[in-house]
Ligand binder design. Structure first.
Ligand code: ZN
Length: 53
């Protein structure tokens, strides 16, 4: 299920983990079980300029 509320999409996996994916550069920012872990990492994520070009 994808969220539309932030710059980061969520993808829930069958094993219970979630991926956080940056909507701008499409990098997988983090895989984690807990929402708080994803959010903490998202706040530090910096898009790679090479990916954006
Ligand atoms: Zn990014």
């Amino acid at each position: 299920m994808l969220s539309t509320l932030s710059n980061f999409a969520r993808r829930e996996k069958r094993d219970g983990t979630r991926d956080s994916i940056c909507r701008k550069c499409y990098a997988t920012v983090r895989k984690a079980y807990w929402e708080a872990d994803l959010e903490a990492t998202e706040q530090m994520q910096v898009c790679d300029p090479a990916t954006l070009e």
